[in-house]
Design a protein around this ligand. Structure first.
Ligand code: ZN
Length: 268
């Protein structure tokens, strides 16, 4: 499942390659054919993300995309090759094409239907103006663990398993602490840090969470080998020594995902 920074990056790529110009729209797979026929020749006026939801705007109508576990988006330069028959939605113009395959949802929405999705989601650290207090109101009353709350898209949108583990490590917070036992200052620091880390993730298209003094170069350690790339403190480092205190990193399942933490650095 992609994290929110990936969806914001996709929105930026749709804007950059297709924004402000008419697009050719088609659904080679056929499942989105009626909507694609309506959109064919329309101008893409904007693209935005909220958490893991992507919205492509065509003058009062929105294509709502949720990739789910298996959805993929691939951009390429024109000329576009013949599409595979698994492509749900292809957009093309004289310079570029983009293929969407296997999304959990791809639907045409009105402004009102789009707003209803925003209303169901918590604030997103990557959306300018989103209010962390909306999340704090829920977190500060909850007996649920902070690790579970961070993955609840109704409370905060866009945080996935990697940012959850890493931000709690960076703030020394035990993942099993109840939301109501977090201080307001801790929440503000976590939100601010998520916004900065995730903005970096959009820019670099990967997740890096270690501070400058903990990079492989600074510590004289080998770089991480993982298909996710990026340097992290605890994510997928079960049983390896913590970069800071050398205690073995622990793992357990929480909110249906694997959690990683350092039992020594994350006591508070
Ligand atoms: Zn540690």
């Amino acid at each position: 499942m992609p994290e929110g920074h990936t969806i914001h990056r996709l929105a930026a790529d749709y804007r950059e390659r297709f924004g402000g110009r008419p697009v050719r729209a088609s659904s080679p797979q056929g499942k989105f054919a009626d909507a694609a026929a309506l959109l064919d020749g329309a101008v893409l006026e904007g693209a935005e993300a909220h958490g893991k939801h992507l919205f492509l705007g065509f003058g009062g109508e929105w294509v709502h995309i949720h990739l789910g576990l298996f959805g993929k988006v691939n951009f390429g330069d024109a000329p576009a090759p013949p599409p595979a028959d698994t492509v749900r939605l292809r957009l093309a113009n004289p310079r570029s094409y983009v293929d969407l395959r296997g999304p959990t949802s791809c639907a045409l929405l009105t402004d009102g239907e789009k707003q209803a999705i925003h209303d169901r989601l918590g604030p997103d650290p990557l959306r300018p103006g989103d209010d962390p207090d909306r999340a704090w109101k829920r977190i500060s009353r909850s007996r649920t663990t902070i690790a579970a709350l961070l993955l609840d898209q109704k409370i905060i949108a866009g945080v996935g398993n990697v940012y959850r583990a890493e931000v709690l490590f960076r703030h020394g917070v035990d993942p099993y602490r109840a939301g109501k036992d977090l201080t307001r200052a801790e929440w503000t620091a976590i939100w601010t840090d998520l916004a900065a880390l995730m903005r970096e993730g959009v820019r670099d298209n990967r997740i890096d969470t270690v501070r400058p003094e903990h990079t492989p170069e600074a510590m004289g350690r080998p770089p991480r080998v993982d298909d996710h790339g990026g340097e992290v403190y605890v994510y997928r480092r079960a049983n390896l020594p913590c970069h800071i205190c050398t205690t073995p990193v622990r793992t357990a399942e929480l909110a249906a995902r694997n959690l990683f933490w350092c039992p020594s650095c994350q006591r508070r």
